[in-house]
Ligand binder design. Structure first.
Ligand code: FAD
Length: 377
């Protein structure tokens, strides 16, 4: 073995493929029993393709990244539409002019849209924070309505904080649209695999120089002493590309990094449709944030419907839960910087990925970062 890669998600597999094509023998260790990391999908017992770790749509502005994905799978255009249920009304997200029509009477709605056009001119979007802080009281009230009924409740559940403690910066991510346009992302390339993400991964690692070993937790085999990497207590004979969490590799010496986790409650009903869109947020519901209905992601012509109800919860290292979202605070960023400093001192240790970089990467960002790392290997 010339290289050991830890983690069989997108980051690890892209690095492994690149090394393999350059003639290196690569072994991948994966602690789960399957490929694809959080992009793993499978056909359930009702014949519906579902995503085990939450809904994934590939989207990017960058053609070279899209082209890379096309080397290993065939993709079809797919624009994800999401909605939110507020006071029993289901409205598009990002919120758009339809939302105004849904919650205001026709005359008020017309006035509000005219005020928005006058205030924002040609701009197509704004953050809810801009809208809440706007000098026009009508626009401000619209922002406040959305904040009270959606943003604050959803964000509080997602991050486990009370609505009055939410850092406004978190609210910048999902903008408001000033048109009737729908669609969750604006990227030029928005696609889904024609077959499945799992098939994409099988093709990505289908190379004679790549070996994958499942159910191996690198934390039980790799260790670091005095900035030296050990494999089963012997000096590690090859470079390691690590895509797991850095705190786990260093036995949490600077404390565990904070993550939010998710619990999915899987349901199947013998009905044609559960909800109006593949992904619907329920900000006012008790405990859960959203429901994904998989036959609509994209359309699968099957009887019945399978959906996953998503409950955010805290992550505890070593528990059954998975670390999904890094909780970025001043303190956790400082803590991560300490781990990074330790990792950078270790010869033959390279790292990338959403866990090792402690960043909430979309797939295209994880791919780009992995390809960049390949340039120095
Ligand atoms: C709910 C959810 C929805 C998402 N939706 C989208 C979307 O719609 N579009 C989008 O672009 N992105 C989305 N993402 C982000 C996307 O999942 C990531 O960008 C991508 O999976 C990152 O790949 P990765 O290899 O860095 O990490 P991962 O997929 O987490 O892979 C890391 C792998 O390393 C393994 N591992 C960790 N530690 C060890 C260890 N010690 N030993 C052995 N193996 C180990 C893990 O088991 C895992 O398989 C979503 C993420 C979540 C959580």
């Amino acid at each position: 073995m010339d290289y050991l890669v830890v983690g069989c998600g997108l980051s690890g597999c892209v690095v492994a493929r690149n090394l393999a094509e350059r003639g290196h023998k690569v072994t991948i260790w994966e602690r789960r029993d399957h490929v694809a990391g959080n992009m793993y999908d499978y056909v359930d017992s009702y014949g519906i393709l579902v995503h085990k770790y939450g809904p994934h749509t590939f989207h990017t502005k960058k053609k070279d990244l899209y082209d890379y994905m096309c080397r290993f799978a065939s993709w079809e255009d797919y624009k994800l539409t999401c909605m939110a249920e507020i006071d029993g009304i289901v409205t598009p997200t990002p919120f758009n002019f339809q939302t105004i029509d849904d919650f205001y009477d026709p005359e008020q709605a017309m006035t509000l849209k005219a005020h928005i056009k006058a205030a924002f001119g040609d701009r197509q979007t704004a953050t809810v924070v801009e809208v809440i802080q706007h000098e026009d009281p009508l626009i401000r009230a619209y922002g406040q309505f959305l904040f009270n009924k959606d943003y604050s409740l959803y964000t509080a559940k997602q991050w486990g904080v009370s609505p009055d403690k939410i850092d406004v910066s978190i609210l910048q991510r999902v903008p408001l649209r000033f048109s009737y346009d729908v669609g969750y992302f604006d990227d030029e390339y928005q696609v889904m695999p024609r077959s499945s993400y799992t098939d994409f991964f099988k093709s990505l690692i289908d190379h004679p120089n790549i070996t994958v070993e499942f159910n191996i937790d690198a934390a039980t085999r790799l260790s670091i002493k005095d900035s030296q990497l050990f494999l089963d207590d012997q000096a590690c004979p090859c470079p390691v590309v690590y895509t797991g969490a850095l705190d786990e590799l260093f036995d949490c010496v600077v404390g565990p990094l904070p993550y939010r986790s998710l619990h999915f409650e899987w349901m199947h009903e013998d009905i044609e449709s559960k909800q109006k869109a593949p992904v619907v947020a329920y900000p006012q519901a008790e405990g859960y944030t959203r429901i994904t209905e998989y036959k609509k992601l994209p359309v699968q012509k099957v009887r019945g419907t399978t959906y996953a109800v998503e409950y955010p919860l805290p992550y505890h290292s070593g528990s059954q839960s998975e670390p999904y979202y890094p909780v970025l605070t001043e303190e956790s960023k400082r803590q991560y910087a300490s781990y990074k400093k330790l990792a950078n001192k270790v010869d033959n240790l390279y790292y990338c990925g959403r866990l090792a970089d402690f960043k909430y990467y979309n797939m295209d960002q994880a791919l780009e970062r992995a390809l960049e790392l390949c340039n120095i290997l």
